[in-house]
Write a protein that binds this ligand. Structure first.
Ligand code: FDA
Length: 392
């Protein structure tokens, strides 16, 4: 039976970073993935340009049952460390918005960087190889890798979450946690479009494809980014962000003209041009089809001159305090990440090793640490992978 110091299950962002660091420390490392290529999610990320980190990445951009858990790893391997690595490979990048860094060229450059670093560190990458069963054996673990048994001293579970099953997501990491009696927090799709029931959707269907800059709120949590009407509900960055906080039965509040008081603008228009229709005046502020729908659904007839301040305030509410109750989400089929996972209570925040099982580590998305949209999830993968790489 082959023996190795470190066996890593999952050649995604977290697994590859851990492999590089462990290899650099002189450990013998095997990293396996059942996919035909490493870093498949990196390849499709950021529309093919990989939003590889965020200039502003900080613990407050992460959701976890223990919001303090991620602090140590994020401090020890920061966004500046990863940017330094990208710069050493002369990969050109740009800030798109809100601190989000993308490759100028292609996400493949990030995968090539990681594979080159793994080669330099002497890591053995095995593709089309699935981790099937795991047994504890003496001081280490014996893992069945597509029929071949390998013994390792440190076993790192880096197999991601449940999102996008057709890209190789399995939930295997959660099974391993259960096998060793490790606590899991509830898992659910996050960074995912929200859907409406038929009644809510019917009047909104003509808006499909329209995008507005919005502020979307759920309780005290709010995101100011674009929002897109879809043929099933709502999407766009602000909706994906709020989906990580929303739960079935909750209402979200949407401001479609943030920073502008529609009431004031309509009142000024009323004094200037009282014969203007509400729909036309709103159409100067919002996309025409949206303006038409708001005017129609407010059931206010006549020209601006006929409208009272009270009626204009009702329009202001419809524009900037739209209360809407999604029925559900598009689910794991399109979710960018899985919220929840291996409970951070069972892990050492400095090493990502489980407290109860010596030599067993969990890193990346499988752990109950979920970032906002905007490069935060890759930063968690790099940081958690790096700290485990120093310890295995
Ligand atoms: P990841 O899922 O990347 O890797 C896990 C690997 O384990 C997979 O390659 C899988 O095949 C393998 N595996 C699973 N079970 C196995 C088994 N039993 N045996 C062998 N191998 C197994 N984030 C961000 O910060 N910026 C961005 O631009 C984007 N964009 C984006 C787009 C899309 C469409 C998605 C779906 C997601 C993103 N994300 C993102 C999120 C980001 O991709 C995600 O958080 C990281 O890839 C998580 O990295 P991990 O290494 O933890 O898991």
């Amino acid at each position: 039976m082959q023996q190795v110091d470190v066996l890593i299950i999952g050649a995604g962002a977290a697994g590859m970073m851990c492999a590089i660091e462990a290899g650099k420390r002189g450990r013998s490392v095997i990293i396996v993935d059942h996919a035909a290529a490493p870093g498949e999610k990196i390849r499709i990320s950021g529309g093919g340009r990989c939003n590889f980190t965020n200039l502003n990445a900080a613990p407050q951009n992460y959701i976890s049952r223990n919001p303090h858990f991620c602090i140590s790893a994020l401090r020890r391997y920061t966004q500046r460390d990863f940017i330094g690595l990208v710069d050493r490979y002369s990969i050109a990048w740009h800030e798109k918005t809100l601190g989000q860094l993308f490759c100028d060229g292609s996400a493949k450059q990030i995968i090539d960087l990681l594979v080159t670093e793994m080669n330099r560190a002497g890591v053995e990458l095995r593709l089309r190889t699935s981790a099937d069963t795991i047994e504890k054996s003496g001081d280490g673990y014996v893992v069945d890798l597509s029929g071949e048994r390998v013994r390792c001293a440190s076993l790192v579970i880096a197999c991601g979450g449940k999102s996008i099953p057709k890209m190789g997501a399995t939930g295997f990491g959660y099974d391993v946690a259960r096998q060793f009696g490790l606590a899991l927090t509830e898992t659910r799709p996050a960074l995912v479009p929200l859907t409406f029931d038929d009644n809510t959707l019917a009047p909104l269907k003509p808006l499909s494809g329209i995008s507005v800059d919005a502020v979307v709120s759920h309780g005290k949590t709010r995101f100011a980014e674009a929002m897109l009407f879809t043929h099933r509900g709502l999407s766009g960055p602000s909706i994906l962000q709020i989906s990580s906080y929303w739960r079935e039965g909750d209402t979200i509040s949407v401001a479609m003209l943030p920073g502008t008081r529609a009431f004031d603008v309509l009142r000024a228009a009323r004094s200037r041009n009282g014969r203007q229709a509400l729909q036309t005046a709103l159409g100067e502020l919002l996309p025409k089809r949206l303006a038409q729908l708001i005017a129609e659904s407010s059931k206010i007839e006549g020209h601006l001159a006929d409208l009272s301040d009270k009626q204009l305030l009702a329009v202001e509410k419809a524009v900037n305090e739209w209360q809407v109750k999604p029925a559900g989400s598009e689910g794991y089929r399109t979710a960018e990440v899985t919220l929840g996972g291996v409970d951070t209570d069972v892990l050492d925040q400095k090493t990502m090793e489980t407290k109860s099982e010596k030599g067993l580590y969990f890193i990346g998305e499988v752990v109950d640490v979920t970032g906002w949209l905007g490069g935060y999830n890759f930063q968690w993968a790099w940081s958690s992978g790096w700290v485990a790489g120093q310890a295995v």
